[in-house]
Design a protein around this ligand. Structure first.
Ligand code: GLN
Length: 510
């Protein structure tokens, strides 16, 4: 397989040239990205130069690093020096960052080669990539369906074979949910594990950068490279970076795995059958989590039990309030973070009679509807007289979430749930905001608590679309999380390949 680990090994040993690897990926992008639209920008020329440098280093007997010659795609809200960074918004069209994000620097220093910048929901607000100002990204498993969001471009790029690795950002699920919908692995690290320097802010107390990869080993490799304290991000944690790779082969014997009752209910399309775990008494289940997805999660739980883990059901009551709390706190933070786009310093400016009019005209035409809705909602939630009722209350739910997770982790090493309540849906199917927001039900709790979580593919559900299982762990518990994720991966049913090109796209039949 064309994994990042295999590419780096071959390039370091001189059996493959970084330049040849790059051309393979570029030609796949050339053939299929007009269908998928994973990229806002393909940086082919800069990539050729970077790959050439890697090859020169190998020829000179130097080691270019653990990601030698590995093409990598960056979500277009990560700053890349001199390369357009748009957040898929007209607001930032034409803006060129004067510096690289810390994660971009770290990837380059490890020998990775930037291949392009990927599409997203505008300013990372959304769960389908339908809110990009530059048009949607399509799911490579079915071009009539969404890839998830907001990092839909990064997920689709990896699933389409346009790059073996990509980075995205996860504020309420934007790495894990698209990874799940596109049949790949995605990690949201512990808040503070990875520097946010150079990530364009959405909701700063939630935002985390993380990797997308075709398997758990590649995701762990990339996580190790981007993790670690950074003086440029005061919220980064001064913890040493563990050997994530070593965690992969540890085995789950004796580990305690809790299936979250509230997130594994039966949904609109039937009952879950046959699982040992399902037969236990369950807590209150949230509605709207589809049974085809839950079924897969319980199968993954059974496979872990088979492999020697102690699996049980656990109730984490506060997760039922997560969505409501997040959709107050995140817009509140966004309303403040996005105040900087006023036509003065970044990107778009529409001139007016005076500064105020210039600000107004710029913001009116620069932002799309979803972004405007969030700014208004957030401003309202923070305004005098409403602050306690909305923002203050939401912060208390955040505390409750922390408390309930702590209680659950007293009895379990990791928690299991679906990543997304449903498989990839069709364009327009979740047009009303509440329905769209419900996509984040299972992912948001870990953003509220700041804990790490990963999505691992586990077979398919409705319409033969990929299903992702979410493994959650306590803060800085990435190693145990990866141990369990690797075990799930080992027992996962094989996924069909994405049907791109060769006249075989499922959308042809749709
Ligand atoms: N879908 C969520 C939202 O719209 C999460 C987005 C994200 O994680 N960036 O806010």
């Amino acid at each position: 397989m064309n994994t990042a680990s295999a590419i780096a090994r071959d390039v370091r040993s001189g059996t493959r040239r970084a330049t040849d690897v790059l051309e393979e990926f570029l030609s796949r992008i050339e053939s299929y990205d007009s269908d998928v639209h994973a990229f806002n920008t393909v940086t082919a020329e800069a990539a050729r130069a970077a790959a050439g440098t890697v090859d020169d280093a190998v020829a000179a007997g130097d080691d270019p690093g653990p990601l030698a010659g590995v093409p990598v795609a960056y979500k277009d809200n990560l700053c890349t020096r001199g390369v357009p960074t748009t957040c898929s918004s007209h607001m930032l069209e034409g803006w060129l960052p004067p510096y690289d994000a810390t994660v971009v620097q770290a990837m380059s220093a490890a020998g990775a080669v930037m291949i392009g910048k990927t599409n997203l929901d505008e300013f990372a607000m959304g769960s389908s990539t339908e809110h990009s100002a530059f048009g949607p990204t399509r799911n490579p498993y079915d071009l009539a369906r969404v890839p998830g969001g907001s990092s839909g471009g990064s997920a689709a790029a990896v699933a389409s074979g346009f790059a073996p690795l990509a980075l995205g950002s996860d504020t309420g699920g934007s790495i894990r949910q698209p990874a799940s919908l596109c049949g790949i692995v995605g990690i949201k690290p512990t808040y503070g594990r990875v520097s946010r320097y150079g990530l364009i802010a959405f909701a700063s107390s939630f935002d985390q950068i993380g990797p997308f990869a075709v398997d758990v080993a590649d995701a762990a490799l990339a996580l190790g490279i981007i993790s670690g304290p950074d003086p440029s991000d005061s919220t980064s944690i001064p913890a040493t970076v563990p050997d994530f790779d070593a965690a992969l082969s540890r085995g789950v014997e004796g580990l305690r795995v809790g299936v979250v009752s509230e997130l594994t209910g039966t949904g609109r399309n039937g009952a879950v059958t046959g699982s040992r775990v399902a037969e236990d008494a369950a807590g209150e289940m949230l509605a709207g989590i589809d049974a085809d997805v839950t079924q897969r999660v319980l199968e993954a739980a059974d496979a872990l039990a088979e492999a020697g883990a102690a699996v049980g059901r656990v109730s984490v009551p506060a997760v039922t309030y997560g969505l409501t709390a997040y959709y107050l706190i995140a817009p509140a933070e966004a309303s403040s973070n996005l105040a900087r786009y006023d036509g003065t310093r970044y990107g778009l400016r529409i001139d007016g009679a005076d500064v105020e009019e210039m600000n107004r005209l710029t913001r009116r035409s620069g932002f799309g509807d979803e972004v405007k809705a969030r700014i208004m909602l957030g401003t309202f939630a923070l305004s005098a007289g409403y602050y306690d009722a909305y923002y203050g209350k939401a912060q208390r739910v955040r505390m409750l979430t922390r408390r309930d997770f702590d209680a659950a982790y007293a009895g379990y090493d990791v928690l299991l749930s679906p990543t997304s309540p449903c498989v990839a849906f069709r364009f327009g199917e979740r047009a009303d905001p509440m329905t769209m927001y419900r996509c984040d039900t299972c992912t948001i709790p870990s953003n509220l608590s700041g804990d790490p979580a990963i999505s691992v593919p586990f077979g398919t559900g409705a319409a033969d679309m990929p299903v992702g299982v979410q493994v959650m762990a306590p803060a800085l518990g990435e190693e145990t999380m990866l141990t369990v994720a690797a075990a799930i991966e080992r027992s996962a049913p094989e996924l069909p390949a994405p049907l791109l090109g060769e006249g075989s796209s499922r959308s042809a039949a749709a």
